[in-house]
Every structure is written in structure tokens, then in C-alpha cells.
Write a protein of this length. Structure first.
Length: 120
């Protein structure tokens, strides 16, 4: 192998967490599966109209050789586009049992509003 070439082992691998997204009562909620990633191993950042979620899933100390290896290890980065209907000051995140939950609240003006019909 020539100098400067990377082996498969040296390449950075990107892991894409599985995600589901729901909307209820003016809140869009993302649930991202991140087993084995500690709370401190995840960063969330809003840059303009993008929500960036970054982190790293590291190798667990295993003895022996792998017979089956389906669990991905590596850096992860996910970007979600958010528009002006999302209140950037009310974005919340929590992590429990290997699932990152991100709540995106709609601005008050964007929430559906019932209009009462009065009799005349």
C-alpha cells in the first residue's frame, strides 16, 4: 500500500441513528436510537435553519474475535432542516435508555387555533 492510503480500519465511519418523528399539540418530537452513547457524547446545535446532532459511538471492550458484528461504531452526524415555524428558544432534548428525544415547539402564531362561532 502506498503512503497516504488509508486502510478500511483507518477510515472514519459514519453511523446514522434510526429516527422516528411525531407531531402532537404543536410539538414535533424526534426520537433517535443511540444505544451505548452517553448523554455527554451527543451535541445539538442550531445553525441558521439547520439542527445539527453530532456524536460518537465507541467500541466496547470485547474479548475474542467477532462471529457476528451488526452494531455500528463511529461518528454520527445528522442534520434536520427547521423553518421559521419552529421556536428556536424552546428546543429541548433529553436522553433515556439509549434514545435521544428532541422536542421542537411550534411558535404560538403557527399553532392551529379554534375560532368560536357565535350566534347573532
Amino acid at each position: 500500500m502506498s503512503e497516504g492510503q488509508k486502510t478500511v480500519r483507518d477510515q472514519v465511519r459514519f453511523v446514522r441513528p434510526l429516527c422516528s418523528m411525531t407531531e402532537k399539540d404543536g410539538v414535533i418530537t424526534l426520537h433517535l436510537e443511540m444505544p451505548g452513547v452517553p448523554k455527554g457524547g451527543v451535541e445539538l446545535e442550531v445553525e441558521g435553519s439547520e439542527l445539527h446532532i453530532r456524536g460518537k459511538r465507541t467500541q466496547t471492550a470485547e474479548e475474542g474475535r467477532y462471529v457476528v458484528r451488526e452494531r455500528a461504531v463511529g461518528d454520527f452526524a445528522e442534520v434536520y432542516t427547521i423553518d421559521e415555524t419552529i421556536d428556536r428558544d424552546k428546543i429541548e432534548a433529553s436522553m433515556e435508555a439509549g434514545v435521544l428525544t428532541v422536542s421542537l415547539h411550534l411558535r404560538e402564531a403557527e399553532k392551529p387555533r379554534r375560532i368560536a362561532i357565535t350566534a347573532r
